[in-house]
Design a protein around this ligand. Sequence first.
Ligand code: 5AD
Length: 362
Amino acid sequence: MAFSRTQTVLERVFAADVPDRADIEYVLRLEDDRQVQVLFEFADRVRREYVGDGVLLRGIIEFSNFCRNTCAYCGLRAANHRLSRYRLTSEEIVAVAENIRLAGVKTIVLQSGEEDNLDADGLARIIEEIKSQLDVAVTLSVGERDREEYAMWKEAGADRYLLKIETSDPALYAELHPGMSFTNRIRCLGDLAELGYQTGSGNLIGLPGQSVESLIDDIVFFKKGDFDMISVSPFIPHAATPLAGVRAGDLQTTLKMIALTRIVSRNAHIPASTAVGSLSGGDARGRALAVGANVVMPNFTPMAFKPLYEIYPGKAGNDKMPDESMVHIERMVAALGRRIDLDKGHSLKSRSVLAPTMIRSQ
Ligand code: 5AD
């Protein structure tokens, strides 16, 4: 019966050191609702067993939208001259961090475009100040930088770093990221893990030119990389990019990929991303939480700047004050029979020196 075949395949995917490509393909191609449900329930059980019922919160500050890159999908691309650019001052960033901590959230995510003139020392001082004043974990997400800069920020107290691979398909990566190099991305991920960061990666679903093969590669990449955090989120087209008018990634594929990521990674932290929330009108983050995700990232960027951090249009929550977002998240989590966990939510992986090597050998 197809039912039990799905179960058997999922058990193999779960148990394998490197999952079989044909098994992942079988799962990605499931269409029958009942079988897809078998996948979602399997992932939900792995989530419950390996990370529990708590939903961790990460407060995000989008502190600058300056970017030197021209990623084909992103509204912050340097070639988007219509976008006004902003950068919060150190004082503003620390003040927002204090607000996040006052809301009870104990992870501060400092995110920006990949700035050409990033003041690395200034960022180190901000990290030091936040870490000395507030009892929080600090996550950075500022793109591809030198190993020395990563080392300096780690020294300053940063705990974690997010750098999505976006796609693990080198040819597709090259097409979407003019002037950037897949090899350097991998170098960055290896450096971050070696330096002791809890390292997050992830991908985009529904990129034009992305095949089922590429999605299989992404799952294998996540498994081999043994990442502490993995964000799987849909591509959403932005009018001021070459991908304007292209179809957005679809919710069902995104949910299947989140479920598979949970099954292979077991205890990685997986967000129900804002992009998932922005899909299909309603808030689909609850659905992501029900198929493997265990993290939500409320946005604390000051209201005046939120619309300018437009990586894609229609970002969920842009119209909401942070405390409204928090109430909304609490309701969503309660409706799922889960609870908000206000812990710092450090990595559940026991660090292995092998991880960076695994990443580099992709
Ligand atoms: N749709 C969805 N996500 C996007 N990102 C950038 N542009 C888009 C888009 N059009 C995501 C990338 C990046 C993160 C900061 O934002 O995955 O890593």
